[in-house]
Ligand binder design. Sequence first.
Ligand code: HEM
Length: 472
Amino acid sequence: KNFPPGPTPVPFFGNLLQLDRTNPLKDFDKFAQRYGSIYGLFIGSQPAVVLTGQKMIREALITQAVEFAGRSDNMMVSHVTNSKGVIMADYGESWREHRRFALTTLRDFGLGKKSMEKRILEEVKYICSHLKESVGKSIDPEHLYHQAASNVIASIIFGSRFNYQDEYFQILISSIEKLTKIIIGQWAMIYEIAPVLRIFPLPFCKAFQYYGEIKNHILKVVDEHKKSRVTGEPRDLIDCYLEEIEKRADQRTTFDDSQMVTLLFDLFAAGTETTSNTLRTLTLYLMSHTHIQEQCQREIDEVLGDREHVTFEDRNAMPYVQAVIHEGQRVGDIAPLSLFHTATTNTQLQGYNIPKGTIIIPYLSSALREKGQWKFPDEFNPQNFLNDKGEFVKPNAFMPFSAGSRVCLGENLARMELFLIMVTVLRRFRLVWPEDAGEPDFKLIFGGTQSVKPYRLTVQLRTPGETCKSVY
Ligand code: HEM
């Protein structure tokens, strides 16, 4: 009763048949034009509410943060992970404790401080040497960026990076990729809307198998850590977690081995494709907007002079580069529908009744290209983030990391990675669209995380030593 109005559902499927599976965002836009910035939908038999535009999203996720901070326990991914860890944990003690632990540990390990920068800069070294080897050839940067983003997480969790060819690393990453594909694919939807099918050996069973494999892989490393760790001298996030279990041994606590495995899986799964797809989209725009690339390079050269490498602090002296990276995130629109939330209690929004358990869909994409919020909503233009004085400004509608109490836990890490990687690569290389590659295609392929199609990249060394004495 008094549920937000929306398109009429049909039995069993709800509104799913009215959504284009390959890209439902156009349908979401159509519904918003017809019903406004809040409307109701049915995913199978499950009620859902779509929030459109920055004002509506902020009102729900920030002003009424607690009421809309839940997660569904009826999704395949929540069953695979038993709703443990952070991403799929429902609002409550375990989610709160694990989120706080992850945030503070990432900080203690240097988020915003030098040591985290060192981990990222170490990875940048490998990116640069790989790019250097590809001078004169064309490469698909997907794999490189993906490995680099995973390696930054690996260094935080496991204490060390892996060789790009390392067998353990390859298996772990590929299992996570295969699992993610199933979780966001068609079979997951069938699993969710037709519970009677769950007992049959259908392709969604693979998801449980892959998760089992990932878990075993991670547990092996955890066991090694248990043997070699020294209390009070944590080397990485696993050591910190083990210490936490020890500290809490006499208390009622949500910390245990299986929670730890899901938390580690969460960090890998959430922190790899998001960052690497953003880098890929940004690289494509820079290759094809050479004047923007050159303007970045001028600013980088000017600020860094002959210093050996960039620091995260340097972003404050590089408003143009900052604007370009943020603009890349805006048009890259990595998580168009964020992660679905749920209502934690019976509540109201804009005068409508929202029953407990209703799925809440923050349509982040709508804010990132909202008319009236951006100077140039439909084009790649760094001016969207610059004021009349050329200073960097971040409009309220910039919310690729979502907002409120569930806002991306890795936001600071991701921002640091994007800045340090892009600045170092641009300083060292000219990114060039291959002559025989036709027209660049900026269309985003819809998915849990969106991205541009695979493309080829060529790089030219900027005159060695032109900008810095000691190049990698
Ligand atoms: C450009 C890169 C990234 C983007 C655009 C991004 C975006 C997002 C979005 C939209 C959400 C959903 C928030 C919500 O539920 O409303 C999210 C959640 C999350 N992200 Fe990221 N993310 C990025 C990188 C990372 C990295 C590097 C990590 C790892 C450290 C990470 C870890 C997480 C976690 C653990 C959550 C779940 C938070 C919770 O449920 O409390 N993300 N991210």
